[in-house]
Write a new protein. Structure first.
Length: 307
């Protein structure tokens, strides 16, 4: 049975990221100094399925992937899974290794899941995302990053979480617990890859909607948990990737967010691919969607975050 480091290196090598030169085994960081807010929650050990996705999350954490030559840019990464699990091996870890290979310090977030008995319900994942942004900024010197060049990247439901973190950064989802919480929760940019955006009809046929607002939500609840509701002037720049043949999250989601950003004059770059389906992560090398990481890096340069 391979150990965790070997698994990580093998995954990244298969994706031609060359992690052995760029990053070592990730550093695990407790997200909260003691019991996380939200009340309740699951019991027992972390569960991991055959794909490497995790659930039964009692203790949210960050995992820091540190490049040898950091550029000062940092990204908080959230894998998807409909808020019922988190795709670490297929989405979050490969993205973190790719980021580290570019000199970008990556922090993979294992966030709490709303349906696992938390009294605060859907708010707990946003609590973890906001805390993650603040905690990274509070340790910027230690990680050799620029606190003004910290972004967030999310896939699928993780894209929804990243979108909410970007658009609802002024919302205080929890009471401050230490000095780190004196800092801002607003990310400086957001990269959303095949994200869930709306949980309103007719775009509510997702596991994300069921996890956040249940089977028969009120219109008010559906509106509250739809990302486009909160897009205003002053939101950070957004990078969007989606395929037109996504059978899980229709392309309407990214189109809605693209339109909302343009209406609010929020900088947005939306890349549509005709084919590629759902859950492609950073993409297989022989597919068109494998271009998106390169496009994302060029976008970071265009908004003066990479130099």
């Amino acid at each position: 049975m391979p150990d965790r480091r070997s698994l990580f290196l093998g995954l990244a090598a298969a994706l031609s990221v060359a992690p052995a030169r760029a990053v070592g085994a990730p550093e695990r960081i407790a997200l909260w100094p003691s019991t996380p807010p939200g009340g309740g929650g699951p019991t027992g050990p972390l569960r991991r399925d055959d794909s490497g996705a995790v659930s039964n999350i009692t203790t949210p954490i960050l995992e820091a992937f540190l490049p040898d030559k950091p550029t000062g840019v940092a990204v908080l990464v959230a894998g998807g899974g409909g808020y019922a699990r988190i795709g670490l091996v297929k989405e979050a870890y490969p993205a973190a290794y790719w980021l580290a290979a570019q000199g970008i310090t990556a922090f993979v977030l294992t966030y709490r899941l709303p349906r696992e008995g938390w009294n605060d319900g859907p708010v707990v994942a946003l609590q973890d995302a906001q805390r993650g942004v603040r905690l990274i900024r509070a340790q910027a010197d230690r990680f050799r990053i620029d606190p003004a060049r910290l972004g967030i990247m999310g896939f699928s439901a993780g894209g929804h979480l990243a979108g909410m973190a970007a658009s609802r950064s002024a919302f205080r989802s929890y009471a401050p617990v230490d000095a780190a919480d004196e800092g801002p929760a607003r990310p400086d940019f957001a990269s959303l890859i095949y994200p869930v955006v709306s949980v309103e009809a007719p775009n509510d046929r997702t596991t994300t909607r069921r996890s956040l607002v249940g089977e028969a939500p009120s219109q008010a609840d559906s509106t509250e948990w739809s990302v486009q509701t909160y897009v205003r002037t002053g939101c950070p720049p957004i990078f969007l990737v989606q395929t037109d043949d996504d059978p899980v999250i229709g392309p309407e989601h990214s189109r809605i967010l693209d339109a909302a950003c343009k209406a609010a004059q929020v900088p947005v770059e939306y890349h549509r691919f005709a084919v590629g389906g759902h859950g492609f992560g950073i993409g297989q090398s022989d597919t068109p969607v494998a271009l998106w990481p390169r496009l994302c890096r060029l976008w970071l340069s265009s908004i003066a975050l990479m130099r």
